[in-house]
Design a protein. Structure first.
Length: 298
């Protein structure tokens, strides 16, 4: 059985065809423009593939409340052409198949939980650190939604005493995204992250902010694993600094087997940057099962 997967990002849309074993058989990438210019190209890719369902991991905010009139919509996004756009409805009409839907970062979390380093766990979080910062949360074996969906990149942060930067986020200034996203790094230091690899002060500050957020997530969510992805985390030397700051910030208050082995607890993604598209694939599989009334056992 074949399934469609769409990783819908603000810069590009990645479309793929895969099977129930998590094998990606075909994929393309299409630049994200306006809905009128982008959506017909996406539908054309999927139309003749014989897919049983489509899964979408989407940039947000999005409406995940199935009882809402705008379920399946992209809602208050700053990407104005996509504001209040019914992305799920479009694909249901064009493809006539079940459409699974969640945030892009929840999709990455689902990919790692199904085929990656969080497989077999009941709780984990996936954090993407790139153009923005997003947090996908699995709790009690399920993706966490609530009244909307987690926006863990926008938790408010204490500004370190040696940091004079006012923050990049247009809504909150010095939230986590405003202080530690790729654009924040570039605005603070005058160059993109990839050009700053040899400047220890850049990465000490970045690790401090990320560790502060991780410590809060650990205290509130008690995850069994933390996965850090996104473009900024390609600076792999960050991981050691983050782990050390987390250890210092927890201060010995919690004692668990996970925290005794931070190298295995705070990790990079394990699916060769395919966690997002594989998570979208699983969203399609789960939606087909939901409509049939037969939940899939992973």
């Amino acid at each position: 059985m074949l399934f469609g997967a769409l990783e819908a990002g603000g810069t590009k849309m990645v479309c793929a065809i895969g099977n129930e074993q998590g094998e990606i058989l075909e994929r393309i990438s299409i630049p994200t423009q306006t809905p009128d210019g982008t959506m017909p190209k996406l539908a054309e890719f999927f139309l003749d593939k014989g897919i049983a369902a489509l899964g979408i991991g989407c940039f947000g905010p999005i409406d995940l409340n199935r009882s809402s009139k705008t379920y399946g919509y992209i809602t208050t996004t700053p990407k104005l052409p996509w504001k209040n756009y019914d992305i799920c409805g479009y694909f249901r009409e064009q493809l006539n198949v079940p459409v699974g839907f969640d945030t892009d970062v929840n999709g990455s979390m689902l990919g790692e939980a199904t085929w990656g380093c969080a497989r077999g766990l009941d709780s984990a979080i996936y954090i993407t650190v790139g153009t923005g910062i997003g947090v996908g949360i699995m709790a009690d074996g399920k993706l966490l939604h609530g009244m909307l969906h987690p926006e863990g990149g926008h938790i408010l942060m204490p500004v370190r005493s040696d940091d004079t930067y006012k923050g990049k986020c247009p809504y909150h200034g010095t939230c986590l995204e405003g202080l530690a996203s790729g654009p924040a790094i570039e605005a603070r230091w005058g160059a993109p992250a990839k050009e700053l690899a040899d400047r220890p002060q850049v990465w000490d500050l970045e690790a401090y902010y990320l560790a502060h957020a991780l410590t809060s997530y650990i205290m509130i969510l008690s995850p069994q694993k933390i996965i850090l992805g996104g473009g900024v985390m390609h600076q792999t030397h960050l991981m050691g600094r983050i782990r050390q700051y987390v250890k210092d910030m927890i201060g010995g208050y919690l004692v668990t087997k996970e925290l005794e082995d931070l190298d295995s607890y705070i990790v990079l993604p394990s699916l060769n940057d395919d966690q997002g598209i594989l998570g979208a694939l699983k969203l399609g599989m789960d939606e087909l099962d939901r409509e049939k009334g037969t939940p899939r056992i992973s």
